[in-house]
Design a protein around this ligand. Sequence first.
Ligand code: GLY
Length: 379
Amino acid sequence: MKKIILLLSVALATACGKSAIDTEKIASLASEQCRIMEQVLPEGTMPRTFENGKLVTSDLRWWCAGFYPGICWYTCKLGGDTKELALNQTERLMDVEKLSQDHDIGFQVMPSVAHAYRETGDSKYLPVLEEGATRLAARFSPVVGATMSWNWEGRFPVIVDNLINLELLTYASKLFDRPEWKEIAVTHAWTTLRNHFREDYSCYHLVDFDPEDGSVKEKVTHQGYTDDSSWARGQSWALYGFTMMYRETGVPEFLVHAENVASFLLSKLKDRPIPNWDYDAPQQADDASAAAIMASAFLELSQYATDRKTSDMYWNQAEVILRELSSDKYLCKEGEYAGFLLKHSVGHYAIGNEVDVPLLYADYYFLEALYRWKTLRSR
Ligand code: GLY
């Protein structure tokens, strides 16, 4: 029955001239792309982007090292045949010593090792999650009320992206019965809520705290157009982070905050499905990664919205984004771009780094959003 409804909605969208969200077709494309990626990936590296006709790779310390295994996991959950590949690629992240030495450990092990544990139940993944959470928790300062993002000597930078890593703490808190890890995550989220946001619920990228007394020294937007502008991916991390933290903790203020961020985003997007890399920048460059993260968050938020109309509004916005990302403009063709899925993302525009390129996290959150769209839609 579910399959018939899916086929009907694909046919209806096509008849209305809209791109269809065809999860089966995308899962099959993603399976092929994952395998191509495996073939072209030099040993010991992870994919990062595709620039000037070539695959660009990273080492395992790069914050994105967990996304390729995560992409294989979501492809498999969407019906693709990438389980073996997902298992093999996850295996490469089993030594925490070789991974990120800052807050990004959460970005690395949640899409890969946590995914593997959820899918297989194999206890061999547990020590990696425990060690990762231990290291992240050790970055917490009770004076600042947050975990430190980057290792800046004598300073205490906290970026809005860091919200996403809190899921490692809440997840591990349940797995290992460590309530203090959840407390750290909740405190960090409150500190971010109070310090990173402006009156209109847009946010700064980075707040630098004084490690001695916890006072705010500086608020900047490192990866955006100006310090006071709204860097698109940062706003998406905010929406995703507070939605996830509401799920993980039930703190009602986190839901209210996610809804306020959602209102800001809806007012900025207007009819544009894929945001500019910074909502305030005059230079135009779509950021598919900001769109994919936002779509995934909107789908989850639609499940928590208190009234039907608001819930539908979030769901519809996510659909608009997913339809656009599923169109030929954004979706790579089989064999293209060394196995990436989506074109047109922006890493760090301000320094001319990774502009209008495929990025691994765009693919990961796109697949996550498709999975949420497919599994949550009938509720
Ligand atoms: N977490 C880094 C970024 O979003 O670019």
